[in-house]
Design a protein around this ligand. Structure first.
Ligand code: SF4
Length: 406
């Protein structure tokens, strides 16, 4: 398949659209000494630092990050052998100083095309986002479910596929100036060091996982043959499996599974509609010893119990539980968030996102009205992403354990 059904190419272009900032609407340029402050720094190490907005001092001298916050950042970077001015480029989510006022989100939105243009021109390897405004400016375009609390973003090194760059959110150094807590300072230095030590781009070529999904809309006996072959070829290896259902909970008598997808060994993902012949094969497979991975496995377990009348044998990994064990911050355990911060992937649910929610957990959603191909493609991506997440989480858990931190 050459073109994804879920990744609308026109949307891709819009998401990181360059172009002109909306200075007429914003108006900040009229009130400052250094309007539309240009990027400064030599970027020798390919690191782009995006802060919030210029302060008074910076506005006067037409250079970013030379006030107290900038000095603090400079000192922290020196500990990592990074020179802010020589090794990095510096810019702001809002390019103009806002005298006597706090920089507002509306200013950031007007200025976002300038940030995008900067990223496009410089092609940084690492993008350090200082504070929530910078996070909203860059990640708000990719993560459309709401940025919410800054704390859940801090410290991740996001291998953003669309930019093939590491995007590393961290607190604005201003936060440290107002909060002298030693742990905060230690974490700031640690996260900063992890970000600026990244040597290579995250991807040799950004992956095209969506094109690897085998969407089965052919005769059921052909699908059955493919499933059987995959089962034998990947015998003993873990699989991730995922259902799409017509509501959240299976308790109503008319609740239905719509489709199922199985990712075999991370190599082959088959998504198929839920018809009796394939449900029968699935039932046997789920009772086999094959190790199973899921995201929020109680969902698949409940639906399997209700529809097939038995449980799933040999669950070995739940990406939601693992996410919580690895990092107990709020708002980070969903498969979508984990896929974004660990795999740099978002928006594979574009075609279905408005159809997933019912009025309540027992009311039908509208997934049945999505085209079969789109539903299966989405289902397949879920299974594949769950598999990849499980492998990354397991690796991290092993590394953490080996370091003796648990
Ligand atoms: S902050 Fe950005 S959008 Fe606003 S006036 Fe300055 S350059 Fe233009």
């Amino acid at each position: 398949m050459t073109q994804s059904l879920l990744f609308d190419s026109s949307l891709d272009l819009c998401a990181f659209q360059a172009g002109s900032p909306k200075c007429g609407t914003c108006g900040l340029w009229e009130q400052c000494c250094s309007p539309k402050m240009p990027v400064t720094g030599n970027g020798r190490k390919g690191i782009l630092v995006i802060a919030e907005a210029p302060g008074k001092e910076e506005d006067k001298k037409n250079i970013q990050l030379i006030g107290n916050s900038g000095q603090l950042l400079r000192r922290s970077l020196e500990l990592c052998d990074v020179d802010l001015d020589e090794d990095c480029w510096k810019t702001n989510a809002i390019a103009c100083y806002s005298p006597g006022k706090e920089a507002k989100e509306s200013h950031m939105v007007c200025c976002r095309p300038l940030v995008n243009q900067t990223i496009r021109d410089l092609q940084p390897k690492v993008i350090v986002l200082l504070g929530k405004m910078a996070v909203k400016s860059v990640l708000g375009q990719e993560w459309t479910r709401g940025i919410n609390a800054m704390d859940r973003w801090v410290g991740w090194q996001i291998p953003l596929q669309r930019l093939n760059a590491w995007v590393c959110p961290i607190w604005h150094p201003n936060v440290l100036l107002h909060n002298q807590h030693a742990v905060l300072g230690l974490l700031f230095d640690r996260y900063l060091e992890s970000a600026v030590s990244l040597q290579e781009r995250p991807w040799q070529h950004p992956p095209q996982w969506e094109s690897q999904i085998i969407v089965e809309t052919s005769c059921w006996d052909v699908t059955l043959e493919k499933l059987e072959r995959a089962k034998n070829e990947y015998k003993g290896k873990a699989v991730a499996f995922d259902y799409e259902t017509d509501r959240l909970k299976p308790d109503s008598s008319d609740a239905k599974i719509l489709s199922c997808a199985i990712c075999f060994g991370g190599q082959r993902t088959i998504a198929y509609p839920w018809i009796p012949e394939l449900a029968e094969w699935t039932s046997q497979f789920l009772r086999s010893d094959t190790p199973k991975i899921g995201a929020n496995i109680k969902f698949e377990e409940r639906w399997t119990q209700k529809v097939l009348g038995h449980g799933v044998k040999n669950w070995v990994w739940d990406t939601v539980q693992a996410a919580h064990i690895l990092d107990n911050r709020d708002g980070i355990t969903s498969v979508k968030f984990q896929a974004f911060v660990r795999l740099g992937l978002s928006m594979w649910d574009l075609a279905v996102e408005n159809y997933i929610a019912g009025e309540d957990s027992n009311s039908p959603n509208r997934l049945a009205s999505v085209s079969k191909r789109q539903l299966l493609q989405y289902n397949g991506m879920d299974a594949l992403v769950e598999y990849k997440l499980a492998m990354l989480q397991r690796k991290e858990l092993n590394e953490t354990h080996n370091k003796g931190c648990l």
